[in-house]
Design a protein around this ligand. Structure first.
Ligand code: ZN
Length: 282
């Protein structure tokens, strides 16, 4: 967080939104609002009244399950696709990239390491951001509620990522530079259909891109969309991790039924959609 950046953070105290200046141990605005940097280097800009629980977002346990899942390589095809798209878009040194709802930060951290871009990750989970900051100290990590607002000045980024995460169209439009790119990853129709069949007896296919396009209409233009699909064979441990990630709301009885299985093949399916911001503000 200490290195020089062209990205300007803004104060998240309600009604303030003044620019934050970086000090050695904290960031503060001219109105006197101050935010301490965590020892691991991230900045917590989440206001107490802007969270629904004392520990919003993913818990430490879910973050650990996600980290094991990423480390196992079972999400590697998606990481590779993000990297290829970033290269196609010309992402490199000096490109400012924001990952909204970055979780434990593997996708952004690996992207920054490969491309040399300036990465910023935001998530509402302090546990997730803490894990991200420890693993990828050169990326900037911020705890905030992206649904309420992004704590950045207008036109701060050339690329915004939302990887099975948030969809705040107005804020994405505000923080993207003219002509900037917005890359969405949403679950595909077949994503984890084996699990849904086991849990509910049938799997409903939902195409999420039309809803996404409707949400972004007038602010962004869909440039291209494509699919990504692969099958993982899961042992008992990784199956448990997947359940922790995907079925946080499932009843214990449902999970117990699934957890008895020794080896399961589960489809990962995603739709990727690249949107463009207008070249000039209208
Ligand atoms: Zn302030």
């Amino acid at each position: 967080m200490s290195q020089e950046s062209r990205v300007r953070l803004v104060c998240t105290v309600r009604g303030c939104a003044r620019e934050l200046s970086a000090g050695s141990a904290s960031h503060s605005c001219v109105a006197g609002h101050s935010f301490d940097l965590a020892r691991s280097g991230y900045l917590n800009l989440l206001q107490v009244q802007d969270r629904r629980s004392s520990q919003p977002g993913d818990s430490t346990e879910v973050v650990a399950a996600r980290r094991r899942w990423m480390k196992s390589g079972r999400a590697a095809p998606l990481a590779q696709a993000l990297l290829e798209e970033a290269r196609r878009l010309g992402v490199g040194e000096g490109t400012r990239v924001l990952d909204v709802g970055c979780g434990e930060g593997s996708f952004l951290g690996e992207l920054e390491a490969a491309c040399g871009c300036e990465g910023w990750g935001v998530d509402i989970s302090r546990a997730a951001i803490e894990a991200a900051a420890r693993r990828f100290p050169s990326v900037r990590w911020v705890v905030c509620n992206a649904d309420l607002g992004l704590p950045f000045a207008a036109q701060s980024f050339e690329l915004v990522l939302s990887i099975t995460a948030r969809r705040n169209a107005a804020e994405f439009a505000r923080v993207l530079a003219p002509g900037g790119a917005l890359l969405f990853v949403v679950p595909g129709e077949d994503d984890q259909h084996e699990l849904r069949e086991l849990l509910h007896g049938e799997a409903f296919a939902v195409d999420r891109v039309p809803g996404l396009e409707a949400d972004l209409a007038g602010k962004f233009v869909l440039e291209r969309r494509w699919r990504l699909e692969w099958v993982n064979t899961l042992d008992r441990e990784s199956f448990g991790d997947l359940l922790a990630l995907a079925y946080r709301g499932a009843r214990d009885s449902q999970r117990a039924r699934l957890e008895r299985r020794d080896e399961v093949r589960v489809t990962s399916s995603y739709q990727l959609a690249l949107f463009r911001a207008p070249l000039s503000a209208s």
